[in-house]
Design a binder for this molecule. Structure first.
Ligand code: IDP
Ligand code: MG
Length: 152
């Protein structure tokens, strides 16, 4: 069994508004990744700016902050073997137009500025993003009953 890691995944306002919360969580759940934390919130401006700090100064930055604060989001933490890379593959490329068929962004999105879902791009980002949205006591790590049927 590989070492477990954690990743930060967030359903963006378009996923919430278009009614895809349940479907997208199901797709993540059925891979065997374990959901250990979730919230439903309207992201305050300062949190949005901190979350996307690496993009300050880029041409799309202002619109990105407007988009992500324009409606409720659903931040989550998922745990599992190689969770960061695995989740990025399930999400697909940043631009839904370039995302492989069967990925979430390809199956639910049309444009890069409305790409449905966020996922951490590295273990370091995951740690930073998890800490931005959740306190340690909100991370509910537990053993799932199906673990021996998911992991060798
Ligand atoms: P990622 O979400 O796949 O990690 P990043 O390059 O980190 O992609 O960009 C963060 C977010 O900023 C994207 O998910 C998307 O919502 C938005 N974004 C990135 N590039 C563009 C762009 O060229 N136009 C509009 N929005 C963009
Ligand atoms: Mg990114």
């Amino acid at each position: 069994m590989q070492d477990f890691e954690r990743t930060f995944i967030m359903l963006k306002p378009d996923a919430v508004q278009r009614g895809f919360i349940g479907e997208i969580i199901s797709r993540l759940e059925r891979t065997g990744l374990t959901l250990i934390a979730m919230k439903f919130m309207q992201m305050p401006d300062d949190l949005a700016k901190e979350h996307y700090a690496e993009h300050v100064g880029k041409p799309f930055y202002e619109k990105l902050v407007t988009y992500i604060t324009s409606g409720p989001v659903l931040p989550m933490v998922w745990e599992g073997a190689n969770a960061v890379d695995m989740a990025r593959k399930i999400l697909g490329a940043t631009n839904p137009q370039n995302a492989a068929p069967g990925t979430i962004r390809a199956d639910y999105g049309q444009e890069i500025g409305r790409n449905i879902i966020h996922g951490s791009d590295s273990k370091t980002s995951a740690k930073r993003e998890i800490n931005l949205f959740f306190s340690e006591s909100e991370l509910v790590s537990f053993s799932k009953i199906d673990a021996p049927w998911v992991h060798e």
